[in-house]
Each structure stands twice: as structure tokens, then as C-alpha cells.
Write a protein of this length. Structure first.
Length: 206
């Protein structure tokens, strides 16, 4: 046992919390000590929520967003435009766009972006599934809402080439989101305006 801990159980709990991204040992210790001050029912609810999350959450069969059911609540919503598909990198981007209150279509979560340095290619993403959605003829516009990084632009161009043979409008966010920015760090007003003022993707190709 480490000399800085008086309990193996305490040390083990701190070590597990410190595995989380952005959580150092000091923060982990503060969280563990906070939980120790709570009543047993509160701690059990916390633990059960994590276990149920891992055991029961699934990916939506339509858009690959996280969901409690086979098809997520966004994809089943009757008041959304199901012919308008916003392509994003990950779940956090869905949450960022939803927070703007300016988008009323549906989504397609790629699960990442093309990054040869990280060993991520098109086959590691849900590009094929996106093409299948578009091929049905029920999608009238695809919004490419990826981060304005080199990897994001590469992924945008790849998707554009894959979807170009189909009769679908392909647009991208207006450059209100600064080059090099990731969507989750853009403020809601800027991101909302970027969606509303989106432009045709082919106009951005020099």
C-alpha cells in the first residue's frame, strides 16, 4: 500500500477515478472523499447508473448516436426533417448542435474522422452506412459539420466524393467556426449561425 494512503480501498478507488480523462490523483481523491460523505443509497445509485450505462446503452441503428432503444429519440421524432442529415464526428457534436436550438433535422455520427496518423481510415467510420441512407433517395440534403481541421476537411472531401453521384444537396457549415476549431468548443450562437448560413460544399473547393 502506498504510504500516502491509510486504506487500500481508498487507494483503489482513487486509482480507478484517476483513469478518467482529465482527472488527476488530487481530483480523484476529492471525488472519492465526496462519495464517502454521501449516504449508502446515493453511492449505490451512482454505481448502478454507471453499470447500467455500460450494460444497456446501444448505438442507434439509424444515426449511430447513443440510445436506450434500437432507434434514438431524435430519429423517431415526428417534428424533425428526416430528409436533412447533419454529419458529425461524435456524440459530443450532436449535443453541441442540439444546444443551439437552430437545427431540426436528424444526424449521422461517423464515430471519428479520417486520420492516417492515428490509423483511422474510411472503413473505421460509418461512411458506408451514410451512403446507404442517401442511396434510398429519401435524403434531400447532407450537412457536413465536421471540425475545421485538416483531418476534418479531408473527411469532408472524401464524403463529398462518395455522395456526389447521388441526387442530394451537400452543404457545409459557414466559416463562423474558426479554422482549426472543434465543434464542442464553439459557442452556441456562433455554431447556430454557422448551421443557418451553411453553404454548398462544392463552393468551398478551390
Amino acid at each position: 500500500m502506498s504510504a500516502s494512503y491509510s486504506s487500500r480501498l481508498l487507494e483503489n478507488a482513487v486509482n480507478e477515478f484517476s483513469r478518467l480523462p482529465g482527472i488527476g490523483n488530487k481530483t480523484a481523491l476529492r471525488l472519492v472523499l465526496h462519495l464517502l460523505k454521501q449516504d449508502k443509497a446515493t453511492v449505490e445509485n451512482f454505481g448502478n447508473a454507471i453499470i447500467q450505462l455500460k450494460e444497456n446503452i446501444i448505438y442507434c441503428k439509424e444515426c449511430f448516436n447513443l440510445s436506450d432503444t434500437e432507434t434514438c429519440s431524435i430519429c423517431t421524432a415526428k417534428n424533425r426533417d428526416h430528409g436533412l442529415v447533419c454529419v458529425v464526428e461524435n456524440i459530443k457534436d450532436v449535443m453541441s448542435i442540439e444546444a443551439t436550438g437552430q437545427y431540426f433535422g436528424v444526424y449521422h455520427v461517423l464515430g471519428g474522422i479520417i486520420s492516417p496518423m492515428d490509423g483511422i481510415g474510411p472503413s473505421n467510420l460509418t461512411v458506408k452506412e451514410l451512403e446507404q441512407r442517401v442511396s434510398t433517395g429519401q435524403v434531400h440534403e447532407v450537412i457536413l459539420a465536421l471540425s475545421t481541421t485538416m483531418e476534418g476537411d479531408t473527411t469532408n472531401f472524401y464524403i463529398f466524393r462518395k455522395l456526389k453521384p447521388y441526387s442530394v444537396k451537400i452543404s457545409t457549415l459557414a466559416r463562423g467556426v474558426a479554422v482549426g476549431d472543434e465543434l464542442e468548443y464553439a459557442d452556441q450562437i456562433t455554431l447556430g449561425k454557422s448551421i443557418i448560413n451553411r453553404t454548398l460544399f462544392e463552393n468551398t473547393i478551390s
